[in-house]
Design a protein around this ligand. Structure first.
Ligand SMILES: NC(=O)c1ccc[n+]([C@@H]2O[C@H](COP(=O)([O-])OP(=O)(O)OC[C@H]3O[C@@H](n4cnc5c(N)ncnc54)[C@H](OP(=O)(O)O)[C@@H]3O)[C@@H](O)[C@H]2O)c1
Length: 220
């Protein structure tokens, strides 16, 4: 089993790479330290091109940010800033579209292979009851649409390929440092093990779906 973990420098990404290695997988990690910046199309294209002879059974995208352009997530529409919102979209939405464009061709052909991307439950439109965090929510909702749309095209060419969005739980990482105080959290290790168990159970019928770490479907 060969896996590519994009964002293996992050809290969840590092735990996913660790757990995959513990299971005996051959794991390649990628992050900005390798020159891969999701907000820079050329860097995504060049990094994928340098790996074009490799094929993976799992591509796991663990990149993302809650704080973009240095601004904390908005509590109200009165705080909307066009540049901050654009920065959110560049990473959490467009960046994932670029990964799908350049890296999904590296999924192993003619066998079950999974492209899984960390979205967030707060990106669910149907599940939004609290409001707030407009840019992050909207960028993750856009990511969800990108995942769903790409999944249809990818499975038309390779019927055993599965493209999904995942919610990792509220995980104790740098990303949640200032926000998780009032919520129960899980460790990156717990999240990684649970997410990999969800991925293990996916079948081609699950292509284009959104799952949480407990193995329950999240509404779009
Ligand atoms: N933690 C949670 O509770 C939680 C809940 C819901 C969803 N999520 C989602 O899960 C994902 C991972 O979260 P985390 O908690 O593990 O966060 P994290 O520890 O802050 O890790 C974020 C990862 O994203 C990478 N990254 C950031 N900007 C990038 C860019 N421009 N180009 C390439 N890589 C970039 C970071 O790489 P560098 O090392 O280069 O900065 C790092 O590997 C995110 O998409 C987040 O929205 C997390």
């Amino acid at each position: 089993m060969k896996a590519l973990v994009i964002g293996d420098s992050g809290g969840i990404g590092a735990a996913v790479a660790h757990d995959l290695r513990r299971r005996g997988a051959e794991v390649t990690g990628l992050s900005r330290r390798d020159g891969l910046d999701l907000t820079d199309q050329a860097s995504v294209a060049l990094t994928a091109d340098a790996m074009s002879d490799q094929r993976f059974d799992l591509i796991f995208n663990a990149t993302g940010a809650l704080v973009a352009d240095g601004q904390q997530p908005e509590k109200t529409i009165r705080s909307i800033d066009a540049e901050v919102m654009a920065a959110q979209f560049a990473l959490n939405a467009t960046g994932v579209a670029l990964l799908l464009r350049y890296f999904s061709p590296l999924l192993r052909e003619d066998t079950r292979a999974v492209f899984a991307s960390l979205s967030a439950r707060v990106g669910s439109i149907g599940d939004n009851r609290l409001g707030g965090w407009i840019s992050y929510r909207a960028a993750k909702a856009a990511q969800n649409q990108i995942i769903r749309t790409a999944s249809i095209e990818i499975a038309q060419k390779q019927k055993q390929h599965i493209v999904v969005a995942l919610h990792p739980g509220t995980v104790k990482t740098t990303l949640t440092r200032d926000y998780a105080a009032r919520h129960p959290t899980i460790s990156p290790r717990q999240s990684a093990e649970a997410l990999l168990a969800v991925i293990d159970r996916l079948t081609p019928e699950d292509n284009g779906s959104f799952w949480d770490w407990k193995g329950e479907r999240v509404e779009w």
